[in-house]
Design a protein around this ligand. Structure first.
Ligand SMILES: [Fe+2]
Ligand SMILES: [Fe+2]
Length: 271
């Protein structure tokens, strides 16, 4: 079984390339399940019900988020009502959204998806490592395929989560920094791991925002809106091979899809 995880989708360019390339990518890579982090999909910050629906219609099976989760408050009804979108599980109990959900792959296999948030340079939240233990204990034992998006800043925190959950989940994939790391591996216990999968959006940018705007704000301390950039749009993600019986990760590789490749995938799918 094969899972595709797509890193933080940033703004219109990020959403557009996913909508364009995903149907073809699913087919070309024989993907059974797609999980995508959508925390930056509405103009760089948050997600709307309309974008959520478009991503699902294009072939995303489950949406994870992060620190920008509630920036567009209309998403709250979706977070409360739908079973294919999660909040960071170590957010307060009363924060809108579900700690974990069960989604079904194309071949009918059940997969548990959850996310956790780090505590370095982020809002104070409950201990993600303790929370992981708590929610794993709640999960049905007969669903061994379990995916964790760890939305965090520090690579050391992410490696620690990988080791903490090694052998207990299928994959721990990091998000939030928007910069991919080259440490993808299957850990000794069978958990596929990467510190950060990178972002899906304009790469001619600073983390998806216009370079000049970020530079001006940094040099002058003036309040300048960080507009979403436009150049060199790419999908960043990982493809994870899974043994469906044991839920163990068998392989993990990074993927990058640029604009030209996205067009080819679109054409291929139309044929
Ligand atoms: Fe992000
Ligand atoms: Fe984030």
């Amino acid at each position: 079984m094969r899972i595709l995880f797509i890193g933080d989708i940033v703004g219109k360019p990020g959403v557009a390339i996913v909508l364009q390339a995903l149907p073809g990518l699913r087919r070309r890579e024989s993907i059974d399940l797609v999980i995508a982090n959508g925390e930056n999909s509405e103009n760089g910050s948050g997600i709307t019900p309309s974008i959520y629906r478009k991503l699902i219609a294009a072939g995303v099976d489950c949406v994870t988020l992060g620190d920008h989760i509630y920036r567009k408050k209309d998403i709250i009804s979706i977070l409360d009502g739908q079973d294919n979108i999660v909040k960071p599980a170590n957010y307060p109990a009363d924060a809108p959204g579900k700690n974990w959900v069960v989604v079904k792959s194309e071949t009918g296999r059940k997969v548990i998806v959850f996310s956790l948030m780090g505590r370095v340079f982020m809002k104070p939240v409950d201990c993600p490592y303790t929370k992981a233990n708590q929610i794993l204990a709640e999960m049905p034992a007969d669903i061994p395929i379990r995916f964790c998006d760890f939305h965090a800043e520090a690579t050391s925190d992410k490696q620690l989560m990988g080791r903490h959950l090694d052998g207990r989940v299928t994959a721990v994939c990091g998000t939030h920094t928007h910069v991919p790391t080259a440490d993808e591996q299957v850990l000794p216990g069978g958990t596929a791991f990467i510190s950060d999968v990178g972002m899906t959006g304009p790469h001619e940018s600073i983390l998806g925002r216009k370079i000049e705007k970020v530079l001006q704000a940094t040099l002058t301390f003036r309040p300048i809106p960080f507009d979403v950039a436009t150049g060199d749009v790419q999908i960043s993600g990982v493809v994870i091979d899974v043994d469906p019986k044991s839920g163990k990760g068998q392989g993990i590789r990074r993927i990058k899809i640029n604009e030209k490749q996205a067009e080819e995938l679109e054409d291929e799918f139309d044929d």
